[in-house]
Write a protein that binds this ligand. Structure first.
Ligand code: IPE
Ligand code: IPE
Ligand code: MG
Length: 262
């Protein structure tokens, strides 16, 4: 049915009132989506408001998107909330964001738990405030046995930093004499990444028009599909997600091989 929408030209032949979300082909879903939630500041500025208002609205968009992922029973959804580079921002904005993460966990953890979501954090969590670290540990522990969507949040996360930590840990094993350099392969590297329990990323979504990874999941996106939208993150909703997923369903992934049909 979605062929009707994306088949030839563009989305102009969507019938009024027709929900894209209802048309998602559940057989063609990605296992793991990764979202760069960008554009909170631009959204707020565009409305003549301060950046923090955009971050608060961004939390609502995250809630909507996670609910949609739950409804689709996606295996994994990883979001970029704060990068290792975001410390460069004014202290007031950083403080606001940290408080927002803490409030988000406090408010949402019970519902995520009852939605069977398994939440994990990736990045240099040990550099966050002790209070936030405790909330993170409690949230992870509380939902550890949940079997629904694996919801991973990058906070103080950077892909290069993650690789560096993996390399250090492997080098330490070599130094200790428990690992031979020749035994280092891609699987072993993966097992030292923060995302070790997750499948590779199938689809990266970035909002707000910029087309870059900004140091997000640089290893895990080796064969990911990319989908960009001009929509700012606070305006993202399940229909936008559906647009991305319907587009993903049409992509031909070859992984370096050949198209089977040709
Ligand atoms: C994304 O929105 C949220 C974080 C990086 C924390 P931005 O804050 O980057 O918003 P823009 O890109 O400046 O509009
Ligand atoms: C990427 O957005 C990080 C997050 C969404 C948390 P940025 O706004 O920090 O990225 P750049 O600076 O535009 O590359
Ligand atoms: Mg940004």
């Amino acid at each position: 049915m979605w062929k009707k929408i994306f088949g030839k030209s563009d989305k102009t032949n969507i019938e009024p009132g027709e929900s894209l979300f209802e048309q998602i082909d559940r057989e063609r879903l990605p296992r793991h989506i990764a979202i760069i939630m960008d554009g909170n500041g631009r959204w707020a500025n565009g409305k003549g408001m301060v950046r923090s208002v955009g971050h608060t609205a961004g939390v609502k968009a995250l809630k909507r998107t996670l609910k949609a992922a739950i409804a689709l029973n996606l295996e994994a959804m990883t979001v970029y909330a704060f990068s290792t580079e975001n410390w460069k921002r004014p202290a007031t904005e950083v403080e606001f964001l940290m408080k927002l993460f803490s409030e988000y966990l406090e408010k949402e953890i019970a519902e995520m738990d009852s939605d069977n979501v398994c939440i994990k954090f990736i990045g240099r969590v040990n550099e966050l405030s002790p209070g936030l670290q405790k909330q993170i540990a409690d949230a992870e522990q509380r939902t550890a046995n949940n079997t629904g969507v694996r919801f991973t949040v990058g906070v103080n996360y950077g892909g290069q930093d993650e690789m560096m930590r993996a390399v250090r840990s492997l080098a330490q094993d070599v130094k200790n004499g428990t690992l031979e350099p020749d035994d280092i392969d891609c699987k072993l590297i993966e097992s030292h990444l923060d995302t070790r329990e997750l499948p590779p990323v199938d689809l990266v979504i970035r909002t707000s028009g910029d087309m870059r990874l900004s140091n997000f999941l640089i290893w895990q996106t080796a064969y990911a599909e990319f989908w960009f939208t001009d929509t700012n993150w606070p305006d993202f909703d399940k229909e936008k997600l559906a647009e991305a997923l319907l587009d993903f369903g049409q992509r031909e992934r070859r992984f370096g091989g050949l198209n089977k049909k040709k």
